[in-house]
Write a protein that binds this ligand. Structure first.
Ligand SMILES: [Zn+2]
Length: 453
């Protein structure tokens, strides 16, 4: 059952909040209805058309009462679940029943002075997303029987939920309440997600992700499924001394190269690191490359990738619920790899990840040369469109340069000679037996960014 832990918590919070707000609105409406009903004089109501026999009819007129109600999201959710499994839509019925009571209340207000209202007919129509109009009509009979009791003067008019408040004030208070609810859900779920992300084991994470994306996770695990550059990148990660990797050493890391000019890298659940060809083209030394990979490994140490994913799930579920649009959810599920690659991390998560990157460089090379080199390049390249894409999710490269340099300085980490990337790649090719040493004559044949071979 652990597979359902994370989405389960998010869903429980959503349902809990929807339930509470729905119940509060319900209770307020119920109270108002009951109060207004006691204010009305006693009138005889009948859906039949027969005029009662023992009364003298003075006058009659057609009266209506209508009300517009916003569908309760929680009830709607319940009803949709009901439609899924079949059965009575009790949740919906309750809302409609209350709306009918409200409409009758308005009808009776309009039939002031009438002792009987006969021929009651209900009609309802959907006005748009979640808005239902209920209309009741009937014939008010004015007879020699005077209705008694009640205080009709205090009743609401037949304004059909028309607000007498300033529309702008309505907009401001409505938006404020909406944002507050969104924020509350987001914040509450944030704690739950953080806790869940920290508690889930690497084994479970891999198992869940293998279920969701079998081709990416399980199918890409074999060396034969990987391209030669991908094998080199995995080999590079595996060459990092285990103790420098931290808790993330529990992952069996995998690298997937994506043909995309945007210089980007991302940590996906299950230990799969995405690297864009744009990033491979940007780096010149193995040290630079490992600094990028080390940073992503750092995100695994903080389980940042799971937290980000959890927040995405809550955000999308929230908007799907608010806007009653399931398409949002389906689109998101279909596009998750892109979303994960564009995921934002907090400043402290980025700082931690950079720290791990330095630690990993130190363990592998004994120095931290070129740790901030890629960000220096990005800082000087600002303006190109692919760079702008990257900067939208990873702002302020110059800040990161300064920060990394300061971290290295504060820890007194030495700077040594970087290893040329092409040379390192070719060494790997020979060492792993991918090609014989003699084949290196034609250097350009084996290019790290050529994912075709
Ligand atoms: Zn990052």
């Amino acid at each position: 059952m652990e597979e359902f832990f994370l989405p389960g918590i998010a869903l429980t919070i959503l349902i809990g909040i929807a339930y509470l707000t729905g119940r509060l609105a319900d209770a307020a409406h119920e109270r108002a209805l009951a109060r207004d009903e006691t204010l009305l004089p006693h009138q005889y109501l009948d859906s039949g058309d027969a005029v009662p026999e023992h009364v003298t009819l003075h006058d009659s007129k057609l009266v209506t009462g209508k009300v517009v109600i916003a569908e309760d999201r929680f009830r709607n959710l319940l009803a949709r679940l009901r439609i899924f499994v079949g059965g009575r839509l009790a949740a919906h019925e309750a809302t409609v029943t209350r709306a009918k009571r409200d409409a009758v209340l308005r009808l009776r207000t309009n039939a002031k002075g009438a002792s009987h209202i006969i021929g009651l007919r209900f009609d309802s129509s959907e006005l748009g997303r979640g808005m239902i109009e209920v209309i009741v009509s009937g014939t008010a009979l004015y007879t020699d029987h005077r209705p008694t009791g009640g205080k009709p003067a205090a009743l609401p008019d037949d304004g059909v939920n028309i607000s007498h408040r300033n529309l702008l004030a309505e907009l401001v208070s409505g938006s404020f309440a909406f944002l507050l609810i969104c924020w509350a859900i987001y914040a509450a779920s944030g704690f739950a997600i953080e806790w869940a992300a920290d508690s889930i084991s690497v084994e479970d994470e891999v198992a869940i992700w293998s279920e969701l994306e079998p081709e990416l996770i399980a199918g890409h695990r074999l060396d034969s499924e990987r391209s030669i550059p991908e094998r080199y990148l995995v080999d590079l990660i595996n060459s990092i001394p285990k103790e420098a990797i931290g808790p993330a050493q529990a992952y069996d890391f995998d690298v997937l190269i994506i043909p995309d000019d945007t210089p980007n890298a991302a940590a996906l659940p299950g230990g799969l690191i995405l690297v864009h060809t744009g990033m491979l083209e940007l780096v010149d030394s193995e040290n630079e490359l490992l600094s990028i990979l080390g940073h992503e490994i750092g995100h695994y140490n903080g389980r940042d990738h799971l937290e980000g994913l959890g927040r995405e799930v809550v955000g999308v579920a929230l908007s799907a619920m608010m806007f009653q649009n399931d398409a949002v959810l389906t689109t998101w599920v279909a596009g998750w790899p892109k979303l994960l690659a564009d995921m934002d991390y907090s400043r402290s998560q980025e700082l931690d990840a950079d720290n791990w990157s330095l630690k990993i460089l130190m363990a592998k090379y004994g120095h931290v040369a070129e740790a901030s080199r890629t960000f220096e390049k990005l800082a000087s390249m600002q303006g190109g469109h692919s760079v702008m894409d990257y900067l939208a999710t990873h702002p302020h490269p110059q800040d990161r340069v300064n920060r990394l340099n300061k971290m290295a300085e504060d820890q007194g980490l030495p700077i040594g000679e970087p290893v040329d990337l092409q040379t390192a790649f070719e060494n790997y090719l020979v060492r792993s037996g991918e090609i014989p040493a003699s084949a290196l004559e034609d250097r350009h044949q084996y290019n790290l960014t050529n994912t075709g071979n």
